[in-house]
Design a protein around this ligand. Structure first.
Ligand code: ADP
Length: 683
């Protein structure tokens, strides 16, 4: 193809020098768009390749300023700057966006250089353009693809990152869920173990009351196994028909979400029933919807029994309390109305409480006595109280007290030890005013003496009457028969008179007035003397005497007359009990040592074969004036017991109705010291 170079007309602009023209011709041969401007940018050369590339024809472009090729401000600014650079630096290379005549845009790589033609003294700018639009498009596409790819990669990375985060989160949640499951499983296992271990039966039901859980203890308590019961209606267990009202109440309570507690009578597999305490609560599912109920059942048979026993005990206790209160009131009344004066004294001898009689006795107000030392109230009491406090044993004594009224009274003081739970010692003091009693006793003794004396007088009269009648008979015979048989009758008279004088001697012996002094007495001798005196009375009544007197019987100390009187009374009573004859057993023996004394007891036993004494009368016969005899005094045994007790002994009877009566006198044997003292006194 032949390129024709055109010279710009003078009117259109500057002319292209020939020299340049030659070069341009060469450049033209390359076939690239070529534009030549002067230094102000006026186009002076526009080749055919430029026409093709930019769509502008050569005629249109020659003489135009190159900046006016496009209205685009970017173009003008960029081309102006490129022109400046070329003018200044001689070269500019860069890309330009060119607006073609058809409006399409093309990117060209422009290499512009300043060319000076010395001969002409002119400078031109030659710009060679290479259309790089296609390359640019490829590049843009490439860039776009790369960008898209990068964006995709970024998106992918982000998605990956997100997925990784999601996976991590899921992983975390999964591990948490696993941990929760493990913990829930452990809890379940724990609950299952717990349910199996509790003694109460645990039963769960669904909303239709069908059993869905049956614990091992339920099997133990009710007898049915889990296999028997799962699916069955829980109310089949209720034994009592009237419990159905309770069931309705329970259902309503549980349906309202509250816990129900009550008691049912339940049925066991073996048909027996038992009282049960039942607690029922609602079960909720995960959505907090009611899904059933759970019940805990305990067998309360024992609890009920205990409760009943407790109630019974309570009733008994209340009864006892009432009785106790009554007894207390009674005791209070009795104590305060007793004739005896009572006082409670502490371990220091200080009065703690007294009854009314005690206060009355010492003419003081009852409230004034507590807190006072007992020796201040009555000095005679103090030694007896302290004896009990020291020894812990009973002590007693008889004292004469001058009251503030001036009257003298004789008191029997009994001090009784009282050991408290804390081992501290106290004393209950009992004062008995025996002044009147002693006076009465003296009168009674006098009476008994009189009675005994009159009985003795009768016996003596009888005893004397018999020999006197013999004497009278002898005298009569002596007078009527003459001297022939006088010697014989005189002998008889002498015998009878001897009998009378012997009797009187024995009587004198028996009633030799005692001086009341204490002496050593042989009980066997006392018995012999009484039997000797009453010998003919006994024989006359057909009574045989059987003696069984102990050898070497210990002596007792006391008043001989008193003991003779006792034995005489007992033998005379035996005589009265055997009006038609019988056997009188008289015994003495040594009994075992008493706990309180190292000395043995001496016993005198007088037993008859009379009718005996009914058991309900065996104590009453010792009461004063008790007698079953038409002319009896009823004082013999009363006085005898008093006399024996005054000797530190006791007198009692053992008898079976119809089997005779046995009276036992028990006296303490004299100890060595007492014996020595008495022997010394008698000498
Ligand atoms: P008295 O002899 O004056 O009746 P006692 O005091 O000696 O008075 O006796 C009281 C009562 O005891 C007697 O009346 C009698 O009933 C009964 N008694 C005493 N000794 C005997 C005895 N050995 N056998 C049966 N009863 C007896």
């Amino acid at each position: 193809m032949t390129h024709v170079l055109h010279q710009v007309s003078a009117s259109e602009g500057c002319r292209v020098p020939d020299q340049l023209y030659t070069h341009l011709h060469l450049i033209e041969a390359i076939g690239q768009p070529l534009v030549v401007t002067d230094c102000s940018g006026i186009i002076v050369y526009w080749n055919a390749a430029a026409e093709t590339a930019f769509g502008w024809r050569r005629e249109e472009m020659l003489g135009r300023v190159v900046t006016s090729l496009s209205d685009h401000t970017g173009w003008r600014r960029r081309v102006s700057r490129a022109l400046d650079v070329v003018v200044r630096e001689g070269q500019w290379r860069g890309e330009l966006l060119v607006e073609r005549s058809d409006g399409a845009e093309a990117t060209v790589l422009v290499d512009a250089r300043r060319w000076r033609i010395e001969q002409e003294d002119a400078e031109f700018i030659i710009g060679v353009a290479v259309d790089i639009s296609a390359q640019k498009r490829v590049e843009a596409r490439l860039r776009h693809r790369v960008a898209v790819q990068r964006q995709r990669t970024i998106n992918l990375q982000q998605r990956l990152k997100q997925q990784l985060t999601d996976v991590r989160l899921a992983n975390h949640m999964l591990s948490r869920e696993i941990a929760e499951r493990i913990s829930a499983e452990q809890k379940l296992r724990f609950h299952a173990t717990l349910l199996a271990a509790v003694s109460q039966a645990v039963i769960a039901t669904n909303l239709s009351s069908e059993i869905i859980y049956w614990s091992r203890s339920a099997e133990r308590i009710l007898g049915w196994s889990e296999t028997d019961m799962i699916g069955r209606c829980v109310f089949d267990l209720v034994a009592e028909p009237h419990d159905h009202a309770l069931i309705a109440e329970m259902r309503a309570t549980v349906a309202a979400g509250r816990t129900w507690e009550g008691e049912f009578t339940l049925l066991r597999r073996d048909g027996t029933t038992f009282p049960a305490s039942v607690t029922v609560a609602t079960i909720y599912d995960e959505q907090q919807q009611r899904s059933g109920s759970i019940g805990v059942i305990s067998d309360i048979t024992e609890r009920k029994r205990d409760r009943k026993a407790l109630a019974d005990a309570n009733v008994r206790l209340q009864q006892m309390n009432a009785d106790l209160q009554l007894s207390r009131d009674l005791l209070y009344t009795i104590v305060n109305n007793l004739d005896d004066a009572l006082a409670l004294i502490d371990g220091h001898g200080v009065i703690q409480a007294t009854n009314r009689q005690f206060a009355r006795f010492f003419e003081m107000l009852p409230d004034a006595l507590p807190g006072k030392p007992c020796h201040e109230v009555c000095p005679a009491i103090a030694p007896i109280v302290s004896r009990t406090l020291v020894s812990g044993l009973k002590a007693s004594g008889r004292v004469q007290v001058q009251l503030s009224s001036g009257a003298a009274v004789i008191l029997d003081i009994h001090s009784i030890p009282l050991s408290d739970a804390d081992e501290s010692r106290r004393v209950v003091l009992r004062l008995v005013d025996i002044t009147e009693h002693l006076q009465l006793e003296a009168i009674m003794r006098q009476n008994e003496r009189l009675a005994t004396t009159s009985r003795l007088a009768a016996i003596v009269a009888h005893e004397i009457n018999t020999p006197l009648q013999s004497i009278q008979n002898c005298l009569y015979l002596l007078r009527s028969k003459g001297a022939a048989q006088s010697a014989e009758f005189l002998d008889l008279l002498s015998d009878e008179i001897c009998r009378v004088s012997g009797l009187l001697r024995r009587l004198l012996d028996l009633h030799r007035p005692g001086d009341g002094s204490i002496e050593l007495i042989d009980c066997n001798a006392v018995i012999e003397r009484v039997l000797l005196l009453l010998g003919s009375t006994l024989a006359g009544n057909g009574i045989r005497v059987e003696r069984s007197l102990a050898q070497s019987l210990p002596q007792v100390s006391g008043q001989r007359d008193a003991l003779i009187q006792v034995v005489l009374n007992l033998v005379l009573n035996a005589v009265d009990a055997m009006p038609y004859g019988g056997v009188l057993h008289v015994m003495t023996r040594v009994a075992e040592t008493s706990e309180r004394s190292s000395m043995p007891w001496v016993q005198i036993i007088i037993a008859d074969t009379g009718p005996g004494i009914a058991s309900d009368l065996q104590e009453r016969i010792f009461d004063p004036f008790f007698t079953t005899k038409p002319h009896g005094s009823g004082l013999g045994l009363t006085v005898s017991r008093q006399l024996v007790e005054q000797h530190g002994g006791s007198l009692w009877v053992e008898s079976v109705s119809g089997g005779g009566a046995t009276f036992i006198v028990r006296l303490p044997a004299t100890d060595a010291a007492e014996r020595l003292r008495l022997i010394a006194d008698s000498e």
